[in-house]
Design a binder for this molecule. Structure first.
Ligand code: X6L
Ligand code: MG
Ligand code: MG
Length: 169
């Protein structure tokens, strides 16, 4: 398992910057795991400077690779259920949250609908995504034909990356 239907691969970005951040990431991974989703790679945890809205605490971010029989829309609905179950409240745009789970990549798919954009918009501008992704999938070829490593090199070249460090419990 996932046992029925064709198995697809996706990469998810996890983030938390409220309360027991590590526990929220643990809980999110636990909730993701079900008959239709299996986590097959996990990055280290990274402590990362907030971007977008900067007047908030540092995040813990992580990237996981999953096998799933859910299609992208089903996976997104499942993720929203998990975020709600873990107590996410949407107050300030880009503000603090107990848990955020984003679909970064799904197979080699490019999708742009009102509800879901894949690859995740702005992921190529965020070292809090590309550094953990590089840890577990440096040679992964993205829909634009570039590898994770090439994307990270391009971002580093711009010299505008947020602060990030490995998290040690
Ligand atoms: C200009 C305009 C520059 C918007 C940046 C960047 C907006 C990122 C939103 C932006 C802009 C975001 C996390 C975070 C958020 C996270 C860290 C977002 C959504 N999520 N910072 N900020 N980790 N370190 O997971 O990603 S809010
Ligand atoms: Mg999100
Ligand atoms: Mg996010």
């Amino acid at each position: 398992m996932p046992g029925k239907g064709k198995v697809k691969h996706a990469f998810l970005g996890l983030g938390s910057n409220m309360g027991e951040r590590e526990s929220y990431l643990d809980a999110a991974r636990q909730e993701l795991t079900c008959s239709e989703v299996r986590i097959i790679r996990v990055s280290s945890l990274y402590e990362t400077e907030p971007v977008g809205y900067t007047d908030q605490g540092w995040f813990l971010n992580q990237v996981v690779k999953v096998e799933t029989t859910l299609d992208p829309e089903e996976l997104l609905s499942f993720i929203h259920e998990i975020e709600n179950k873990l107590g996410r409240k949407r107050l300030i745009r880009w503000g603090p949250r107990v848990i955020d789970v984003d679909i970064l990549l799904y197979e080699n798919l490019v999708l742009d609908t009102p509800d879901l954009i894949i690859p995740h918009p702005r992921m190529y501008e965020r070292s809090f995504v590309l550094i953990p992704l590089q840890e577990i999938a440096p040679d992964l070829v993205h829909p634009d034909g570039r590898t994770t490593r090439e994307h990270l090199e391009a971002l580093s070249g711009k010299g505008e990356t947020e602060k990030i460090r490995l998290f040690q419990g």
